[in-house]
Design a protein around this ligand. Structure first.
Ligand code: HEM
Length: 137
């Protein structure tokens, strides 16, 4: 990830604070529509109550804040990783989440090309961090 891309992600923090939940709601809508096979892993009550979009928005915000040093969010990710492994989340599911998250960013935030690219690179870095921890469980 370049220094410029790190800066772009950090510059998105205020937007994430403001619109993070809206973004993740759109994300789940896209994912459950395009990849219905992952739906059974999720607790739909948490979708309806808005609890899950809130949690994911927070996780994205934490990752954006720590994008230059993901180790700082290790204790947070350690907990999420346990939930993921328990519910059957696998490495191959990560590109699905990445594709849908980028689609949601594109449709809601109207990013320029460099911003979209920065998010793509950032997501891959964040996903690798989660996957590496989940592999040890
Ligand atoms: C970097 C990408 C991801 C981030 C930042 C993320 C973040 C989170 C967070 C913060 C939670 C709540 C954990 C808890 O309450 O203990 C969670 C739960 C969950 N995640 Fe992820 N996640 C990611 C990738 C994925 C992937 C690839 C899948 C599979 C498609 C997935 C499926 C789930 C499920 C099924 C739950 C439980 C939610 C429920 O009960 O409805 N996540 N995730």
């Amino acid at each position: 990830m370049t220094q410029e891309q790190i800066q772009i992600i950090k510059d998105c923090i205020p937007i994430l604070q403001k619109n993070g939940e809206e973004l993740t709601k759109e994300f789940y809508k896209i994912m459950f529509n395009d990849y219905p096979e992952v739906k059974s892993m999720f607790n739909m009550e948490k979708q309806i109550s808005g609890e899950q979009p809130k949690t994911l928005a927070m996780a994205i915000l934490i990752a954006a804040k720590n994008i230059d040093d993901l180790e700082k969010m290790r204790s947070f990710v350690d907990k999420v990783a346990i939930t993921h492994v328990k519910l059957g989340v696998k490495e191959e599911h990560y590109p699905i989440v990445g594709t849908c998250l980028l689609k949601a960013i594109k449709s809601l935030l109207n990013p320029d090309e460099a911003t979209l690219k920065a998010w793509e690179v950032a997501y891959n870095k964040i996903a690798k961090f989660y996957i590496d921890i989940e592999k040890t469980l």
